[in-house]
Design a protein around this ligand. Structure first.
Ligand code: MEV
Length: 438
């Protein structure tokens, strides 16, 4: 059968599946059964999920776990996490417990400004363009009133619009650089709608600006789009305690551990290879909550990594210090999140997550997400600088290995028992299981 198909999107779901399994699979009936096994038994729920995207044929599950015992600014939370990587939720929970016993996390929203740009080409006098911009600036606000009215009622709206000259980098290239406050919504639709209206206003008004010549009247808008780089939509999460309280067990010396930890973070501040992995550990926590609360993890990832490079070198997002006998560990992270609109009102499990978090405002969610990232980072760096990462990681992963090899309940108990105090690797587990079965 050909692998090229016209009008695929017009086929029914059943026809799409048939085409897929017959084109690509050695056992079409079995593959079809698998795809359908993941359908929800509730037709309504399945329809809801089908309609989130195009060409849906089934659902792709991710585990949804929870990390209890987070104390943030004195308030208790159980944090929802959607993630496939074993040990992430356990690590977050352990870090939450550790810091819960030391006063909890503090979190502060530093700013909530979002950004959008209209990129355009203008051939002519920059002074005339500046005069034109100053004259028509009120019209950008006026002609977007129908969209901004509701946002303003909620305390948000367009904050400012600036004309930026980028011609030193690209011939004739200018921008309208606009800032927004979108309150509890992530605001992508609001911002993009405003920007597209700014673009129209720009082009139309240029036609009527008397001092422009013919070339100048023909402003060419290249594109209008929000930016996922939001360095001024920033939240800080932090923890601190006496250095002497840093260890939980007599095998680890508090001072030595605290100093080692600070050095590990400093290494990630100056060494990009380490910084990327260090920040990946932070994103293990961040992405999991972002997903579970129906936010756009790609946008968050893009913005966070750009922020990590803001000095021109990719660096750690978190920082640590010891001063006057106090260990302090903190993160500043840009998070453009929403708790209304988008998937937040559509996906039943997203609603569930938000209710479990006490239906937070976007600012409160920024704090929760940043804290989870910090907790995750703490857990990873603690393991790395004490026992090594593999111990905890493989302990969690052992279950995956056992499932892969269809271990019975009895086999699982025996294997888990054996590896309680022994080094774990994939092959050691498989060998042990093979021996058991002999
Ligand atoms: C693994 O998913 C994350 C870590 O590599 C993070 C780190 O190295 O800090 C453990």
């Amino acid at each position: 059968m050909t692998q090229n198909i016209k009008g695929f999107s017009k086929l029914s779901k059943e026809e799409k599946i048939n085409w897929i399994v017959e084109t690509y699979f050695s056992n079409p009936e079995e593959s079809k059964k698998l795809v359908k096994q993941y359908w929800n038994t509730s037709e309504n729920l399945q329809k809801l999920h089908d309609e989130f995207i195009e060409n849906t044929i089934t659902n792709f599950y991710l585990p949804y776990g929870v990390a209890p015992n987070f104390i943030i600014n004195g308030k208790h939370y159980t944090v929802p996490m959607a993630i496939e990587e074993s040990s992430v939720v356990a690590a977050a929970s352990k870090a939450a417990k550790f810091w819960g016993e030391r006063g909890g996390f503090k979190a502060t929203v530093i700013n909530t400004e979002k950004i959008g740009q209209v990129h355009f080409l203008f051939k002519g006098s920059v002074e005339k363009l500046q005069d034109f911009f100053t004259e028509i600036k009120p019209k950008f606000f006026l002609y977007t009133e129908s969209f901004t009215k509701n946002m303003q009622k909620r305390g948000g709206g367009i904050l400012d619009i600036q004309l930026i000259d980028k011609t030193s980098e690209l011939e004739n290239y200018y921008q309208l650089h606009a800032t927004f406050n979108t309150k509890d919504s992530m605001g992508a639709n609001f911002i993009n709608t405003c920007l597209e209206q700014f673009a129209k206003t720009l082009e139309n008004e240029a036609q009527n600006f008397v001092s422009f010549n013919e070339d100048e009247k023909n402003i060419q808008v290249i594109m209008s789009i929000l930016s996922n780089y939001v360095p001024n939509c920033l939240v800080r999460a932090e923890v601190s305690c006496l250095v002497e309280n840093m260890s939980e067990d007599e095998l680890i010396d508090s001072k030595e551990f605290a100093e080692k930890f600070v050095n590990a973070v400093k290494i990630a501040e100056i060494e990009p290879y380490r910084a990327v992995t260090h920040n990946k550990g932070i994103m293990n926590g961040i992405d999991a909550v972002v997903l579970a609360t129906g936010n756009d993890f790609r946008a968050i990832e893009a913005g966070v990594h750009a922020y990590a490079s803001k000095t021109g070198q990719y660096r750690s997002l978190s920082h640590a210090e010891i001063e006057n006998g106090i260990f302090r560990f903190w993160i500043d992270i840009p998070l453009a999140l929403g708790t209304v609109g988008g998937l937040t009102s559509l996906h039943p499990l997203v609603k569930f997550s938000l209710e479990m978090l006490g239906n937070p405002s976007a600012e409160e969610l920024m704090k929760i997400v940043a804290v989870t990232g910090l907790a995750q980072n703490f857990a990873a760096v603690r393991s790395l600088t004490t026992t090594g990462i593999q111990q905890g990681h493989m302990k969690m992963h052992i279950n995956n290995i056992l499932n892969q090899h269809q271990a019975t309940k009895e086999e699982k108990t025996q294997v888990l028992d054996y590896f309680k105090n022994t080094a774990i690797s994939h092959s050691l587990v498989v060998d042990y299981l093979d021996n058991l079965r002999k």
